[in-house]
Design a protein around this ligand. Structure first.
Ligand code: MRU
Length: 355
């Protein structure tokens, strides 16, 4: 399994995803500021691992703090929570991980933990978030793998693999699960403009695993579906609203529309930390807009004139009606999602009761 991120010698080490697939370079973060920069600039990217990185960044802040008392330590900790929360707005795993760290921190302070205890406990909590994510992905892979037909042509978009999680992956976890269960698969990886996570990262991961992988430009999927070379779609998610609307990498919505048109099942694979029951539908999900340079350039090469206007939303929202199922570590949710997603958290949504 790929080492996406790790706590090592009181630092956070991560593979620089901007440099893959041509160079495998590791970045060492010494401070929460370093981690925030790494998230913002996409050294580390992908919803679940952004959450892990933030948790480790908070633990790093405590580790490095000169504070002698819990009052000062708390002030610094909360400042670092704000810093990390301001990095990228769409992936809810980031806010989920920060909230979890905050909750554990305040509980421990109330219970009378000292500065050294807090440092150790919060490092353990960050590691637990990491380890639980790997376990969730494994389970998503096991459950989702069973949905993949024998002799499958699978389309995936962006990178929802080991690199986007603490390990194994969500959408790529489903593909890995299918292979482990003995299915024959051929994977089509959308290149995923503008940042090319599919061509650079998904293809790199799958090729390393010896899985049959074909990179396609984003505008080729319709023809492959028409020709019956794709019969299954699986993607990851950055945030899933309570009604099952799914925010994921820009272009996912296009893929979902094509899948519906061609009668191809469209699955979303995500851990429960990606589900945001507090957001009722996709219209409430903040969509990050990134720099114009990502669109006007491919790597160092300029492909659009300076004078052109650019629109660069990093994510889109796929309406729940286009989603065949949401594969989580607790089971596969089906429509109506307002009920099935709430059940994952043992909650009954008001709408479900009203119906
Ligand atoms: O902008 P990115 O590369 O962070 O976007 C990542 C995605 O959209 C992934 O599909 C999503 O985070 C799921 S990762 C398991």
């Amino acid at each position: 399994m790929l080492p996406t991120i790790a706590w090592q010698d009181d630092a956070v080490v991560m593979v620089d995803q901007r440099k893959l697939p041509t160079r495998e370079v590791y970045v060492t973060c010494q401070t929460p500021q370093d981690v925030a920069r790494a998230i913002k600039t996409m050294v580390v990217r992908g919803a679940p691992v952004i959450g892990v990185a933030a948790a480790m960044g908070l633990a790093l802040g405590l580790q490095r703090s000169p504070a002698a008392g819990t009052k000062q330590l708390t002030t610094e900790f909360l400042r670092h929570c704000d810093l990390l929360a301001a990095t990228r707005p769409t992936a809810v795993n980031l806010f989920w991980a920060i909230d979890r760290m905050k909750t554990v921190f305040s509980r421990r302070v109330l219970a009378g933990a000292g500065v050294d205890d807090l440092r150790r406990l919060m490092r353990d909590e960050a590691q637990a978030i990491h380890d639980e994510d790997v376990a969730s992905c494994r389970e998503i892979g096991r459950l989702g793998g069973a949905l993949v037909p024998q002799d499958a042509g699978i389309l995936t978009h962006c990178n929802a693999g080991s690199l986007a999680t603490a390990g194994y992956g969500t959408a790529l976890g489903v593909i890995r699960g299918a292979v482990e269960q003995g299915r024959t698969v051929r994977v089509f990886a959308d290149e995923t403009r503008p940042v090319l996570q599919g061509a650079r990262l998904t293809a790199w991961e799958l090729v390393r695993d010896g899985i049959d992988t074909t990179v396609i430009a984003d505008n080729m999927a319709a023809v492959l579906m028409r020709d019956k070379r794709i019969n299954f779609v699986v993607v990851g998610a950055d945030r899933i609203a309570a009604n099952g609307d799914v925010a994921n990498k820009i272009g996912t919505y296009t893929v979902a529309v094509l899948a519906r048109q061609h009668g191809v099942p469209f699955y979303v694979a995500a851990p429960r930390s990606t589900i945001d029951l507090a957001t009722s539908d996709g219209s409430g999900i903040p969509i990050e807009e990134r720099s114009r340079r990502e669109v006007t350039h491919v790597g160092a090469t300029q492909i659009a004139p300076d004078q052109a206007k650019v629109y660069n939303p990093a994510f889109d929202v796929t309406p729940h009606a286009l989603v065949s199922g949401i594969i989580t570590e607790r089971g596969v949710c089906r429509a109506p999602y307002s009920t099935s997603l709430a059940a994952l958290f043992d909650r009954v949504p008001e709408q479900a009761v009203a119906r």
